[in-house]
Design a protein around this ligand. Structure first.
Ligand code: IPD
Ligand code: CA
Ligand code: CA
Length: 262
């Protein structure tokens, strides 16, 4: 598969940081048995991955701004381009040795995401999307699923962690959706939830209170795979609200109809 120079830069960075995370995942299995568990180790792994991504991306595209979950925002001389990066999405999974986590890299130009790469080093699944050029999983073109009956759909959600978000509201949402779908899932890595929607594995996904780095790459992935991404209102911008609803045209609209009043 021939990708643009931009995508090649993103993939190279994701793969290098991915090798580091994969090595660290191996260590975690040993640390699991210790009393304190691997929490400190994971936080170092996370920061190390972000620094690797920053180094590689800044070297290839000097001047671009960088927004990372760990290091916050670093301004560049080029005000129109910003990398939006989660070096480790699915930290809780990683911490427990569950191989559902990813590096997520989006590139925004004038506030619009124009390219995205999501890479799970545990199973070597690499998702790529570039505006107008489609979405790919390990070099194969991907499309959102075509189901139009909610009761045949598998839908994923996010659940707020302890001390975060509105747990009551999230239970109301689950109750409503659970009643209407073939299966409800919670995988624990927002970028991969969106990548799974793009690949047609999941029919839809929603979650509240996310950050730009959880969503940026996933948003272009779903759109380039023919799907719709919005906030809970249906026509708002998930990147700015932090609330995400996505799926094919039909599923996204159905989910919005159910979730909006809750
Ligand atoms: C989290 C994951 C999770 C979602 C959380 C996010 P992190 O990101 O994407 O699936 O439910 O809200 O914060 O903290 O693992 O990078
Ligand atoms: Ca995240
Ligand atoms: Ca993270």
């Amino acid at each position: 598969m021939l990708y643009s120079a931009l995508i090649n830069v993103m993939v190279k960075a994701a793969r290098r940081a991915g090798r580091s995370l994969k090595r660290d995942l191996g260590e975690i299995e040993h640390l699991q048995v210790s009393l304190k568990g691997p929490a400190n180790f994971v936080s170092l792994a996370d920061k190390r991955a972000e620094e690797m991504l920053y180094t590689d991306l800044a070297k290839a595209r000097p001047g671009y701004g960088f927004l990372g979950e760990e290091g916050g925002s670093r301004e560049g001389s080029d005000k129109s381009h910003t990398w939006i990066v989660d070096p480790l999405d699915g930290t809780t999974n990683f911490l427990h040795g569950i191989p559902q986590f990813a590096i997520s890299i989006g590139l925004a130009r004038e506030g619009t995401v124009i390219a995205g790469v999501i890479y799970n080093p545990a199973n070597d699944e690499l998702y790529i999307a570039e505006r107008g050029k489609g979405a790919f999983l390990n070099d194969q073109r991907i499309r959102v699923a075509g189901r139009r009956k909610l009761n045949e759909c598998v839908i994923a959600c996010g659940l707020p962690h302890i001390g975060r978000g509105d747990h009551e509201q999230s239970r109301r949402e689950m109750t409503e959706i659970q009643d209407k779908v073939a299966g409800l899932r919670r995988f624990g890595a927002a970028s991969l939830d969106m990548a799974f929607v793009a690949a047609g594995r999941l029919d839809g996904y929603w979650e509240r209170n996310l950050q730009a780095w959880d969503i940026a790459a996933g948003q272009i992935m779903v759109r380039e795979a023919g799907g719709i991404v919005s906030g809970i209102e249906g026509n708002d911008n998930a990147l700015t609200t932090g609330h995400v609803v996505c799926g094919n045209e039909f599923v996204q609209a159905e989910l919005v109809k159910i979730l909006k009043p809750l």
